[in-house]
Design a protein around this ligand. Sequence first.
Ligand code: PLP
Length: 409
Amino acid sequence: MKQNGFFGRWGGAFIPEILHETFEQLKISFQKAKEDPKFWLEYQELMSTYSCRPTPLTYAENLTRHFGGAKIYIKREDLNHTGAHKANNVMGQGLLVKRMGKKRVIAETGAGQHGMATATMAAKFGFACTIYMGEVDVLRQRPNVFWMEKMGATVVPVKDGSRTLKDAINEAFRDWVTNIDSTHYVLGTACGPAPFPEMVSWFQSIIGQEAQKQIVVQHGKPPARVYACVGGGSNAMGIFQGFLDNDEVELIGVEAGGKGLSTGRHAARLCGRDASPGVAQGYKTMFLQDSDGQMLETHSVAAGLDYVGVSPILADLAEKGRVRFESATDDEVMAALDLTMRMEGIIPALESTHGFVQAFKEAPLLSRDDAIIINQSGRGDKDIFTIAHAFNDPSWKEFIIARGREYEK
Ligand SMILES: *Cc1c(COP(=O)(O)O)cnc(C)c1O
């Protein structure tokens, strides 16, 4: 990274004057932590006793036989506490908050997964915690809201604008500006103003560090290709960092193709033709925006990939040709999920399944001596409402209706 937080022509920190000092403090604390080997050891210790690190690398024997090409390995970030790689980022930032001597954390959340992870971290560290969430999302994501509140967080429904994620982000920034001294904003992905993209990627690099060692032990050599889904880009940056300096390993990021790239109903920023360079939410990247810079509506069956921007680090790696970007449609995701559940007894999150789709397309074309790794960023349990609905499961529908009746009594 360059001094000013740019990666090639992407990134930077476009922030209001009032936040400059806070960002300086954060940058310095982060640099100090990064240079202190004890900090990383403390982080690893925490993740191995509170979460489930190192997460296993699973050989998917049945899927490998089915596709008849490269050996398919799955990095199991779903086995983290709270069910996804998000734990790596929030627990890392929690340790940093402790170092900075702050006592309160805030976060924005769309689908609720990052809010859940942050509320968990706050409970563990004894921080006060406020989560901003669009009013529409609060209604859609009641189970997550329920658990956040049970863990002691205050969930604030944001009633401005479209009452979704971007309005929640604005409200969280407003809070931060008002409570700078006491509060840290726990950003959820490798986006936003510097140092967040680099910092979040650094915490997530624990995935790649482990995977790089595990594949050599289990397969005898590095993989031919590594696949990861890309929302903001944090799980992809996490696993890619284990292989970035080995040019023999091809890295593939998979974005949300939604209803198809030609329909306009997707979240493909680095593949496809609908995104353009812009500055918003404090950083420069490829945004899905119209010619006036108004953000477009995005769509994906996976809430975690449904975002207008993308990590500036990935925008740079795309431009340099180091990471190839592809997309998977909602329908392809449902088919790959069905196959993975039946053949391996593993339920990937809808987000993660995007990576599986592309890996399944390419595995048969590779040699049996080669290995590929799919980063399973999270588990699909959280998606039961969406998945059951998409499979049009009649008994599930009956169950939901019966539950509703019980409450009406
Ligand atoms: C949030 C989420 C994502 C998307 O975030 P990235 O920053 O792109 O990793 C992907 N998978 C799961 C399971 C998530 O919860």
